[in-house]
Design a protein around this ligand. Structure first.
Ligand code: 1QQ
Length: 377
């Protein structure tokens, strides 16, 4: 039985009760109407992250609303934060207070989540990060969740593989100093280098928005490292990779989660060749669920999904499952169901949470080869 319409309200507000206006729980057999907010980096220097997330969410939305007919209907309300903390805070406030959403997916950047997560947490509204990989995201509060694999797991996996296969001994580090994600990734790189007994020959920083990295890279190259470890978002990160190759650096280049987007190949061009990254998702994975997703994504968008699309896609399946289990679009009930999530298998792998709601999962290591990432083996 179908009730309500996509533009209708939802039952997140305590006042919006059962029945009446067609906003109802499934306990009485009616379709649950759930409005979920999405905060994404949809414009600006990292817009390809937000676009991938939007694409993944919209694909999942179509599939879920079809499959859950009569049980649950999800409506998504997208807000563009432009990758800014202020933008993320405003979007979260609007979604909670004006749109009355039952939960929020996003924001894209760890820094945005550090700024906007507390707002949602204070308002007792579940907020679900799909690309926040920094340490400490879950410490914001008990309404904060994420399915994005922390860099503290992903980076060491990539570094160990690179050290083993490429015989690295001396490394140089470079990172964006005004971005929480990039700073966190750098700290993980440094700590892991020390743990693995690597010699750090030099370190350098830049700021998001910079376009000239020659001074830093010339200096780092002179320290003669076997590898350059780059912690950055795709735009600056790809320009760093390109410049390093232009300056003649021939060693290994390894990056963090920011590089898991095809824009890297557009910006760095052939200089991307050999770049090593860890990711929880690869469209090349020989797995039925993954391949069905890749096929559906390609049919809809005419390109392969990246990790950001995959984690976004998974997040809506998690929301759907949890809303149905909750039996109504209620923030508190939904939080409870999300916290109980165990062994969810999505396209970005198997997911369960530890006691701090941190995702437990594995990363695969990939390497850039002829315009795409392939398994590093
Ligand atoms: C974070 C990230 C970025 C690469 C997301 C786009 O992992 O900010 O945590």
């Amino acid at each position: 039985l179908m009730v309500g319409c996509s533009s209708g309200g939802n039952t997140a507000a305590p006042a919006a009760g059962e029945g009446g206006s067609g906003q109802a729980a499934s306990a009485d057999g009616q379709e649950i109407q759930a409005k979920i907010g999405v905060v994404g980096f949809l414009s600006g220097s990292g817009a390809a992250y937000g676009e991938a997330q939007k694409a993944g969410l919209e694909l999942a939305l179509g599939e879920l609303n079809e499959a859950n007919k009569g049980k649950l209907k999800i409506e998504l309300k997208f807000e563009d934060s432009a990758g800014e903390k202020e933008g993320a805070i405003n979007a979260v406030n609007k979604l909670i207070n004006q749109d009355n959403v039952v939960a929020i997916i996003g924001p894209t950047l760890s820094g945005e989540m550090f700024a906007a997560g507390p707002v949602a947490n204070e308002a007792e509204t579940p907020i679900f990060g799909i690309s926040n990989t920094s340490e400490g995201i879950n410490d914001i509060g008990e309404y904060v969740f994420r399915n994005s694999l922390p860099e503290s797991i992903a980076i060491p996996t990539a570094m160990k593989a690179a050290v083993e296969k490429n015989g690295l001994k001396k490394v140089a580090l470079i990172h964006a100093s005004n971005d929480d994600f990039s700073v966190n990734g750098y700290k993980v790189m440094k700590a892991t280098a020390e743990k693995l007994g690597l010699e750090i020959t030099g370190e350098a920083t830049f700021a998001n928005g910079d376009v000239d990295f020659s001074a830093q890279l010339t200096k780092l190259k002179q320290t003669n490292p076997d590898a350059l470890f780059v912690s950055a978002l795709y735009k600056e990160g790809s320009m760093v990779v390109k410049k390093a190759r232009e300056l003649g650096f021939a060693g290994t280049i390894l990056g963090g989660n920011g590089f898991n987007n095809p824009k890297v190949f557009e910006i760095a061009g052939p200089a991307a060749e050999g770049l090593i990254v860890a990711t929880p998702f690869s469209p090349e994975k020989k797995d039925d669920k993954v391949q069905a997703f890749v096929k559906a994504f390609e049919a809809k968008y005419n390109k392969k999904p990246d990790q950001f699309a995959a984690q976004a896609y998974d997040s809506l399946y998690i929301m759907s499952q949890s809303l149905i289990a909750a039996g109504k679009a209620d923030r508190e009930e939904l939080r409870g169901q999300l916290a109980q999530l165990k062994d969810f298998t999505g396209v970005s792998g198997k997911l369960s949470f530890d006691e701090k709601r941190n995702p437990i999962g594995d990363a695969v290591v990939v390497v850039a080869k002829e315009g795409k990432f392939v398994p590093f083996e």
